[in-house]
Design a protein around this ligand. Structure first.
Ligand SMILES: Nc1ncnc2c1ncn2[C@@H]1O[C@H](COP(=O)(O)OP(=O)(O)O)[C@@H](O)[C@H]1O
Ligand SMILES: [Mg+2]
Length: 271
């Protein structure tokens, strides 16, 4: 799962757990707790990467995100998750499995959301701390050192949209429910730097998108990478972004092909 690798690259993610069966679920429910500090005041649990690095050694493992897959994984009391949480299939795309029930604030809803993912998608549920802030998708073109961010869209849900998330239904009906706003502010620039680091770090090629959402403190955190981003000219996020930054659709496709061609052996050199 990309979250582990991305976190190892030093990119902030949400706190997360992978929940594969009822035993995992029971353990997660026992550990997930309201957002309160030990002193009892309300405080966000999330920490920036730098803060996390400074965390006491004994705390380091607790902060690092724990993947639980089965009864043998011995999660003990290390899970750092706090409500509200967000539940999604571990390996889907295009908002599949993301609904108004994905954001959960109680053990009952957490259990219902995990079971819905297992039943419908026959795969583990990825449970993350809910990120309440601005959402960005960054377009990236190129490979390795040539990879560059071409711009950032903020995903802004309109009034009639399904609340809380860029869900399957919101994506399907995006023309009526979503505004895609080209943004260039400091947070967008930060997301772009992180996106290129993710892209290079994971070895992604040619063209795609990296999604971020800000945490309660306003810091962008990695949601997912889309190494095979949709290319519908009017409906897919990457072409929508390209149109807004002045890259015509044919040029986008041309740049993808050119980037891929750089991996072909050069004529004359191959012999
Ligand atoms: N931890 C989270 N906190 C808040 N919203 C989230 C979280 N994870 C996902 N979302 C919402 O769900 C949407 C889809 O999730 P994402 O991980 O990008 O999967 P995909 O787009 O492949 O379906 C995001 O665009 C975002 O709106
Ligand atoms: Mg996404």
């Amino acid at each position: 799962m990309a979250n582990h690798v991305v976190r190892d690259l030093g990119i902030p993610t949400a706190e997360f757990a992978v929940v594969g069966d009822e035993a995992d679920l029971a353990a997660l429910i026992a550990e997930a707790r309201p957002r309160r500090s030990r002193r009892g005041s309300r405080a966000p649990l999330d920490h920036s990467h730098a803060e996390r690095a400074e965390a006491a050694e004994g705390d380091a493992e607790r902060q690092s995100g724990v993947e639980i897959r089965n009864r043998q994984s011995g999660i003990g009391n290390r899970l750092p998750l706090a409500y509200p949480l967000f539940v999604k299939p571990v390996a889907e795309g295009t908002g599949k499995g993301i609904t108004r029930g994905s954001k959960v604030s109680s053990p009952r809803r957490l259990a219902a959301a995990c079971r819905a993912v297992w039943r419908r998608f026959r795969q583990p549920a990825l449970v993350e701390t809910y990120l309440p802030g601005r959402e960005f998708t960054v377009g990236v073109l190129g490979t390795g050192p040539k990879a560059r961010a071409i711009g950032t869209l903020e995903i802004v849900l309109r009034k009639g949209a399904e609340a809380h998330a860029y869900s399957y239904e919101n994506k399907e009906d995006c023309e009526r429910r979503v505004d895609y706003v080209l943004v260039k502010d400091a947070l967008a620039k930060q997301a772009e730097e992180l996106a290129v680091a993710v892209w290079r770090g994971l070895g992604c090629r040619d063209a795609g998108r990296v999604d971020f959402r800000a945490d309660a403190a306003g810091r962008p955190r990695f949601l997912e990478v889309n190494p095979l981003a949709g290319l519908h000219p009017e409906h897919s996020d990457l072409p929508i972004l390209c149109t807004q930054v002045g890259i015509p659709y044919v040029s986008l496709i041309g740049q993808i092909v050119e980037s891929a061609c750089e991996r072909l052996p050069r004529r004359g050199r191959a012999r």
